[in-house]
Design a protein around this ligand. Sequence first.
Ligand code: MGD
Ligand code: MGD
Ligand code: SF4
Ligand code: MO
Length: 743
Amino acid sequence: MTETIHHRICPLCEACCGLEIKVRDGQVASIRGHNADVFSAGYICPKGVALKDLHEDPDRLRTPLIKRDGVHVPATWTEAFAEIERRLPPLMAVHGRDATAIVVGNPAAHKIGLLTYFPKLARALGTKNVFSASTLDQMPKQLASGLMFGHWLSVALPDIARTDLLLVIGANPLASNGSMWTVPDFKGKAKALQARGGRLVVIDPRRTETAALADAHHFIRPGADVFLLAALVNTLFDEKLVRLGAVAEWVNGVDEVGLALAPFTPEAVTERCAIPAQTIRQLARELASTPRAAVYARIGTCTQTYGTLASWLVDVLNTLTGHLDAPGGVLFAKSAAFSANATGKSGVGKGVVTGRHFARVSGAPEVMGELPITCLVEEIETPGNGKVRALITVGTNPVLSSPNGPRLAQALDSLDFMVSMDIYLNETTRHADVILPGVSPLEELHYDVAFPQLSWRNHARYSPPVLPGAADQPHEWQTLLKLAAIAQGQGADVDANALDDAQFSEDAKRQFGDGAQKVIEATQGLRGPQRGLDVALRAGPYGDGFGTNPGGLTLARVMDSNAFGGIDLGELKPRLPEMLRTPSGRVELAPPSLLLDLQRAVADLNAPVPALVIIGRRDVRSNNSWMHNLPVLAKGPMRCTALVHPLDAQRLKLMDGAMAHIATETSSGPRSIEAQVQISDEMMPGVVSLPHGWGHNLAGTQLNLAAQRPGANLNALLDDQLRDPMSGNAVLGGVEITMRALA
Ligand SMILES: Nc1nc2c(c(=O)[nH]1)N[C@H]1C(S)=C(S)[C@@H](COP(=O)(O)OP(=O)(O)OC[C@H]3O[C@@H](n4cnc5c(=O)[nH]c(N)nc54)[C@H](O)[C@@H]3O)O[C@H]1N2
Ligand SMILES: Nc1nc2c(c(=O)[nH]1)N[C@H]1C(S)=C(S)[C@@H](COP(=O)(O)OP(=O)(O)OC[C@H]3O[C@@H](n4cnc5c(=O)[nH]c(N)nc54)[C@H](O)[C@@H]3O)O[C@H]1N2
Ligand code: SF4
Ligand SMILES: [Mo]
């Protein structure tokens, strides 16, 4: 018997926990938190343990599949690439590049190979039809941060280790483990905050696990956060509580904000928010008078029609209470690699722009290089020049994760050609002509590209593969390069490694000019994402600068730290003005486009509120649409239930545990699903909560465990036409429903 111990960062959610994995005779024997991990200190959740089930899942794809006569049959990699070459380039030759589309999903954010090589495929396709799960998620936050601070990933993060008041809006980190904020063991950190006399306050239409832990919880009417936040800021001006603190000389637009928010008095918004005006005033005073306080908001505030405005107002509030860039307030991470706000010219930049092109059918503007994912369906359906005929999906399941999934499923069947890179034959990939399996996380190296830029503490951690991969299984970055080569007419036979070498040389020349040769020599022997990582670390803010800063970080040094839990780079520190990348070199508190958009909210202040609306939720044993096939997570009570307040249940004659019919009116007509009722006083009256990512009862999938308890698809009720016009983000909550008991 041989037993080895490995240390591996968990790739399943944004908390990025360091795990200790015991392997016995080639099999995973146990998974637990790595106590010595400098960042997560031994924390683990049930999904981390499920990495074993994921690795061993018999339904996880291990060979490519090609659809022949409507049935997916196993194929070799050579056959799969040949099939793509046979079908994709001719289509592009006849119909043009915009006849292709590409969608990338959530798992890509957790895999360096997918994240850093996906753009190469998108560029090779040359289509403007690039979509991602970002427009089902955090695009509003990225746009607001970009407009204010100059870069899409310059997100202000609560300094949880030092704050005395944390206001959490529309997030449930006890279930989600945090998002746009990498903070493993949120619960432990929140309890430590309380133990030192601090307070946690939660605003949510549901008394969530996080709200239950909090010192105060206020229900809010779904979708009303913009009004609450505007009234909080309004109160600061009204009661002369505005205080900028140390960043005062770097902030533009304070007076403009005060003027623009004048209509939003607490009294004016109280009915819309269902929060008493006095409570709003009190909260504003508390935020202003607590020297160390932070406001954090997440997906509940993004997936609504005012997503960008709400995200912006969160940081306006942080700024005007003197908590921006202040210890105990909100700070910016300084990540060791891949961080645009920690490299290049400091203190000023190009800022962000949107609308460099527009969606053909809806006219929606491009944001961060993408179009809204909810536009995909009409781009496939609508005839004309630029109609999407071929689609590539990369780690995404929009049939379940995107509003009006059933309409999308139908549209996917009308495509001329579809390729999916995925690990399952699921609700989306069943439509693909070719499926190319991804690698089990345990067979891949890991370094987080994005999340150190969003981390509660600075760190650099690298994990080597835990287990060897199958000999013929390409890395996902190699698959992406092959697809790129096919799209560019170079054929399926190209050598991905040679292509990578050539592209690396070109990139090095662009980035380092005369210094390129030195960089190429210094990284001899590396390739793929590992080579890109070495360069990013060495050229990064803690790097060895390829010799100019001896003792600085290199990939080798970070690799060496693996067994000791990685390298701690210290607590977050104030970074203004150095991290700014706005053209003015200042924080833009009042971006004109947002002030303009605010007029929508002014006009909407007194809009009638529906009697019953639906929102989403997350459960710690689930992850979006794709972990319902793992035994350790699937066991236990049914998690896809519709939580209904007792008063609503009584009024609608709904019984606990019984099935109910839930219906909406959408722009594509009436929609309905059937879901199991769970009566719960956790809910705000008039609000129903149902998790997304369920509905595993569609034909043609291979998810045997998930299919046993399929659950209902929340997104089958939602409208693909409802978006935040600024960011293109989908509206996923606050949608009016009717509900009745099923006989
Ligand atoms: N109503 C409602 N809808 C929502 C949300 C909500 O709150 N409410 N949340 C939204 C959010 S925040 C997000 S991020 C999206 C997610 O939207 P998606 O990214 O579309 O959905 P996931 O369920 O994360 O699907 C991940 C896909 O990647 C595959 N996969 C998993 N691991 C790998 C891998 O290593 N390699 C490859 N190639 N594939 C892999 C899985 O099999 C699955 O098909 O859902 C959104 N949808
Ligand atoms: N266990 C688990 N963890 C996950 C995921 C998962 O599916 N399962 N998904 C991952 C992904 S992709 C993401 S993006 C993150 C998301 O991380 P979080 O943002 O923490 O996500 P949720 O747990 O859905 O919390 C959102 C909260 O917003 C509330 N809410 C809904 N509508 C409104 C509203 O209009 N206003 C306010 N104020 N609140 C509202 C909901 O009741 C819910 O409690 O989680 C990640 N982690
Ligand atoms: S919280 Fe759970 S799923 Fe998220 S990284 Fe940690 S162990 Fe993995
Ligand atoms: Mo997400």
